[in-house]
Design a protein around this ligand. Structure first.
Ligand code: ADP
Ligand code: MG
Length: 300
């Protein structure tokens, strides 16, 4: 496209809340044959809530929540916010009106797995089975059963370990964005394949993919793995778009022919992307592709 055509399309996009950074994305978007969607915060609302809890040791629920919330307090992850929220509500239920989240130290993010931190003299891990495995925390059959039950309900199970012992779990539910299914079937009607990629587990991911009408799912994928899935498709000759919101999506957003960041997402994702969907509405994936189509057909 000519610089003028690019400028016009970029301006038009901007007025619709679709920020296109540079001509490359615009040149590529109309050729897209596959759209890879991140799950959490992209296909889903990204406002998960704790809907169930389970205590495995004799740790009291309040203590479990206080430790988990302390570890998650510095995390930007939506699950972290859900656990902190839940803990504050529990405080209210218990008549604790300070709403105080305990201090933690040595906070570390383990992308696609969870967080770790020191709370007092205790080491707290909050995250998935991969995190527990990485820290050699044993997962008992009882815990495994709760995890499976939770996941088959399209919920994610967040595990909590204290000093190397698994103490409890949160069942977290994150509803789909209302437009998600519509966008997937629309892309399908344009012969564009929709794929889900997520750090979340296979069972939860599949349950959610089924709800939205996506049949291809890459679950339990770390940030590098997300980018690798894109490169695989590109090697098959497909032009690939990636839609994501998190730090964990930034390598994939950079690897894609068209990286699209959710406007409500993290800055790192927005920086790595070619297109920013300012309204955080998935319909604008189609808007971006259409804009590219119109721009390129006009100059031909
Ligand atoms: P997605 O790829 O769907 O956006 P993430 O890569 O952010 O998901 O996270 C993948 C999985 O890692 C989550 O489903 C969760 O099990 C775990 N996880 C990541 N960060 C956290 C956190 N701060 N607290 C608890 N669990 C987490
Ligand atoms: Mg995400």
């Amino acid at each position: 496209a000519t610089p003028t055509a690019v400028m016009v399309a970029t301006g038009k996009g901007a007025s619709q809340g679709v920020l296109i950074k540079g001509g490359n994305a615009l040149e590529n978007a109309h050729k897209v044959k596959a759209v890879i969607f991140d799950k959490t915060g992209t296909l889903t609302v990204g406002k998960p809530a704790v809907v169930n809890t389970m205590v495995f040791s004799n740790t009291p629920l309040l203590e479990l929540c206080d430790l988990a919330a302390a570890a998650e307090a510095n995390s930007e992850h939506p699950f972290a916010k859900a656990i902190v929220e839940y803990t504050k509500k529990l405080h209210e239920q218990y008549g604790i009106h300070t709403n105080h989240i305990v201090e933690s130290r040595d906070f570390e993010v383990h992308p696609g797995a969870g967080v770790s931190a020191k709370v007092g003299d205790r080491t707290v891990l909050v995250g998935n089975k991969r995190l527990m495995l990485a820290f050699q925390v044993p997962v008992s059959p009882e815990v495994q059963a709760y995890v499976s039950d939770t996941e088959h309900l399209a919920r994610t199970c967040v595990l909590v370990a204290v000093d190397g012992v698994l103490c409890g779990a949160f069942a977290v539910s994150d509803p789909l964005k209302p437009e998600a299914g519509r966008v997937v079937s629309f892309l399908n009607s344009m012969s564009i394949l929709s794929i889900m990629v997520t750090g979340d587990n296979q069972a939860t991911a599949t349950a959610i993919a089924n709800e939205v009408g996506i049949s291809r799912v890459y679950a339990e994928t770390d940030p590098v793995g997300k980018a690798d899935r894109i490169k695989e498709l590109q090697m098959k000759g497909l032009t690939v778009a990636m839609v994501g919101d998190g730090i964990n999506d930034s390598p994939a957003l950079a690897a894609a022919d068209v990286g699209m960041a959710i406007g409500a997402g993290t800055n790192i994702a927005i920086e790595a992307a070619d297109v920013v969907l300012m309204k955080s509405n998935l319909e604008d994936v189609v808007t971006a592709i259409d804009l590219s189509k119109k721009t390129l057909s006009r100059i031909r």
